[in-house]
Design a protein around this ligand. Sequence first.
Ligand code: WT7
Length: 655
Amino acid sequence: MTEEASSEATLSNLLREERTFPPSAAFAEAANVKADAYERAADDRIGFWEDAAKRLAWSEPWHTALEWNAPFAKWFVGGKLNVAYNCVDRHVEAGNGDRVAIHWEGEPGDTRTITYRDLQKDVSKAANALHELGVRTGDRVMIYLPMIPEAAVAMLACARLGAAHSVVFGGFSADSLRNRIDDAQAKVVITADGGYRRGKPSALKPAADEAIAGTGVEKVLVVRRTGEDVAMTEGRDVWWHDVVDRQPDTHEYSTFDAENPLFILYTSGTTAKPKGILHTSGGYLTQASYTHHAVFDLKPETDIYWCAADIGWVTGHSYIVYGPLSNGVTQVMYEGTPDTPHQGRFWEIIQKYKVTILYTAPTTIRTFMKWGADIPAKFDLSSLRLLGSVGEPINPEAWIWYRHHIGGDNAPIVDTWWQTETGAIMVSPLPGVTATKPGSAQKALPGISVDVVDESGKPVPNGGGGYLVLTEPWPSMLRTIWGDDERFKDTYWSRYSDQGYYFAGDGAKKDDDGDLWLLGRVDDVMNVSGHRISTTEVESALVSHPSVAEAAVVGATDPTTGQGIVAFVILRGDAEQGGDPASELRAHVSREIGPIAKPRQILVVPELPKTRSGKIMRRLLRDVAEKRDLGDVTTLADPTVMNLISDGLSSGKQD
Ligand code: WT7
């Protein structure tokens, strides 16, 4: 009974991991940020962030670093800056105008090389054009573009004018775009005829037209990318090459209040209407810039950085546009998918540009595992010196695979935990300091305060599991949900209102050293005979079997245990076939983490249902496991995946 009561309050800690990888002496020696940063921040957290803010150019200094009327924060109050100036012009002024800012690689193989001087001209022209189209400080502009340089240019042009942008991922439907246009009351939409995806042009403008009809949008600025025919609405739609190209290539910028809105980024909640996460200027840029410098150890003169995310997600905002450009880096930007025209495309790009730092997601890494290690082995990846991971917990075996097959057993891996809401990285190793552990995001960055607490808000001891909370405000925190302060308070601050903690919605545990392990969304936690078991731990145990590339587990109603664990697994490309994988894997999980976590059922599937940002949609797998009709599948990246799964299951091949 006592055991049940305590497992009710926390999450079980099942998986053990003993391997650690300290940085090499050379890496540690040359690192941008050393261990003293933790001490400095612990002594004076606010002063630490004030130092970080001095990385930026301000036209007016702040008078108050933090004004905290919980849960509403203002950072660097009274300070003024221009975000685009910080990301572009000041590098040109510093004599680095000829440095490449973006090596852009189109999916069909076309390329563009953009220096900081080019970028300054492009952003100035785009800012002049937006001004001509009626955009003013305080307005909202929707950006619905493929991964082309104009996406970054458009964001920076908005920032330059002090108008907020709201980027909608190009894979989203007309309906999603329309909801966001309405919620943000956007005045202008920037889109394109289309982009390239999986070897073919994929149209965007028809969806944009459908979304815009009947909204308050006044002007639509259209980039020509694919050259396919599109309908242009007279008086509303104008071509980028007509309007932007003829503008002067200089633009007098103003500076704006540190709390001026920079962007709204919508996160789709599981059911309710999307939340418009509002980020502002000075605090956001401070933390994006500092974390990029600290976590990626970025040396702007020598590194070639590549964040393989889409600009439509927060990762693209903070670690393609604002963090890297504020630091004056040279980066690669890629339009397409990893398997076009072949499954070695990423490695070919790394070899071609001699990429030194790669930042990608566990889902992509597991896809590479599934395709087989012989593919990266054909390319020269020796330029890589640091690898990053973001978006989901990375299973220890995927981490080891990444280190060995991509990082040459040498590049440190930074597993970075953060959210759209946090704006920038919060929990991560420091690559020159931390002895990394496969699967652990390890500890809060200097200046960030996190804890793992139980239901009542009490910190769990080392070895215990519970809920991740942020216990102090941080510079890049969301300021509110656009137009809905109540929902902001309710969603993030009501669960631990007595303590004043931000509730992240993630389960986590502390290991015996106090290092943090993220355990997935709290909504996905399974309850088996009164034990609260995280999906992540069971999935990691499955992926640690040599034949498994990827796994997703869900709790399905069970008459005896409350919930039973049902696992969906994808086998590795090079896995040996035959035998009885299901019983072999059940025994493996039992050995790895104990009989309590042994899946009731294991289903071998060809694919898993994922959102467009690569997160597994466990809700749909629960429908399959509980033999219900499928719920809404429209947010799936590939809606046909569910047919593949159910066809496979009904053909009787499965356990
Ligand atoms: C959620 C936020 C942050 C940019 C991309 C996702 C999960 C993110 C990690 C990590 C374990 C992670 C969490 C978080 N997550 N990074 N390193 N380890 N989980 O942004 O779409 O707002 O999702 O992604 O569940 O709450 P997002």
